[in-house]
Design a protein. Sequence first.
Length: 223
Amino acid sequence: MTDGRRRAPRQAEAERNDRALLRAAREVLAVDGAHASVAAIAARAGVGIGSLYRRYRTKEELFQRLAALSLDETNEAAERGLADDDPWAGLTGFISACVEFRQGSLGPVAGSIEVTEEMWAKYARGEELLAALVARAHEAGVLRPDVTPVDVSLLIEQLGTSPVLDQLRVQGRDNLLAEAANAHDRLIAIALDGLRAVHTRPLPGDPPSDRLFTERWAPRPDA
């Protein structure tokens, strides 16, 4: 057997392990937040902790990779939204996609890991795409006029987690998971309907600034 043939199965296994680790990291983060342990992530992924450290030297490196991939998914969803001829369907499709892959699940690690240049670049691109989605929906008169891109980002972060689902999974109450998932879908539909321009009551307070993201992800003194 040639070296190439020997490497192929090992490479495929490494890629499967990597996908499992990233999926597990996102799931463990949703429950344990920034205190998520490497051991818990490896156990959730069904791989040895040595396999994790062969791929990622530190927990921070794992979270940085996860953040970069999450930003890629977000930007791809925004591009699909802009390609939709219907401004409302494009915006809500983007939000639904981000909620589905739990784009907001990395919020708990904000300020505890270094934001790389790659992450900042992907974030900046995402801001441009989201601004375009929101502007197009405003111009079409389908989005309430006082909703901003930051409002949408914060909404995605809130909807991307389901404390009930996460708790039921931890408790092993599989018989309730389908009902909880349906309940979460209903809440998403209610929230998306609240974005429609038919609502005339102004939103409370001043529009949030992007400082809620940029400063939250800046390194904390105690990190």
